[in-house]
Design a protein around this ligand. Sequence first.
Ligand SMILES: NC(=O)c1ccc[n+]([C@@H]2O[C@H](COP(=O)([O-])OP(=O)(O)OC[C@H]3O[C@@H](n4cnc5c(N)ncnc54)[C@H](OP(=O)(O)O)[C@@H]3O)[C@@H](O)[C@H]2O)c1
Length: 263
Amino acid sequence: MSAATGLLGGKVVAISGVGPGLGRTLAVRCAENGADVVLAARTRERLDEVAAEVTALGRRALSVPTDITDDESAAALVATAVDEFGAVDVLINNAFSVPSMKPLARTDFQQIRDSVELTVLGALRLTQLFTPTLTATEGAVVNINSMVLRHSQERYGSYKLAKSALLAMSQSLATELGPQGIRVNSVAPGYIWGPILQGYFEHQAGKYGTTVEQIYEHTAAAADLRRLPTTEEIADAVIFLASPMASAVTGQCLDVNCGEFHH
Ligand SMILES: NC(=O)c1ccc[n+]([C@@H]2O[C@H](COP(=O)([O-])OP(=O)(O)OC[C@H]3O[C@@H](n4cnc5c(N)ncnc54)[C@H](OP(=O)(O)O)[C@@H]3O)[C@@H](O)[C@H]2O)c1
């Protein structure tokens, strides 16, 4: 085991929603910054794959298959993490499933409920359950939001509804948990340039007879930096907010979008 140096040296970070995109990168990047990680999502195989990447970096990883919409499953996550590591310093709420992309007028209420159940109540359930150990460590929560906060484009209504409630909740939790020393912040990524978006651009390129490079350039033209942020760059903003570097920052939302939207 290497010495725990880095922005998160010696910290234990729990990540909810470890998928192939940002969740995986967050886990690897936290380990590179000195943290041990608790990995939670429903698919054990993926957790174990990411755990192997973390341990290859010399940090400890604990895979806990979890459904964050289920009280018992979420409680078991927290108990297992505290049992293994003694305490948890950081909770990152990243879990995600593709929301309804229909106009709100035609969106089935159950789809909206499911989205709120996962994005809002899932994050709140974990925050409630982790609060005792986060109080003990004067820890931090980072909620992964989205640039959907900053626009009202068609078909994003369900997603915006859930993510806006997540932002409101993060701000209220910052006020409520601040006296216990717990910081609560949000990161709102824009497009994330990684394998998932690349696959989508490849699909679009085939459909419209153009190239991935052209679609990338067209998309990036709206951003001040004329490029899209990488998964690693989003993860680094999360790590900053989770780290002692941000010890006076709470109740804030950091937009990471290469300047596509100003806030
Ligand atoms: N991708 C983008 O371009 C983009 C842009 C802006 C914001 N974001 C935000 O960034 C975050 C990560 O997005 P991503 O696409 O990169 O996702 P990801 O990290 O690849 O995966 C998220 C994982 O959440 C897990 N999950 C879903 N429901 C769950 C549940 N009930 N309990 C536990 N885990 C659950 C899923 O794994 P299981 O199925 O194994 O449970 C899924 O693989 C999201 O909050 C998203 O809103 C993404």
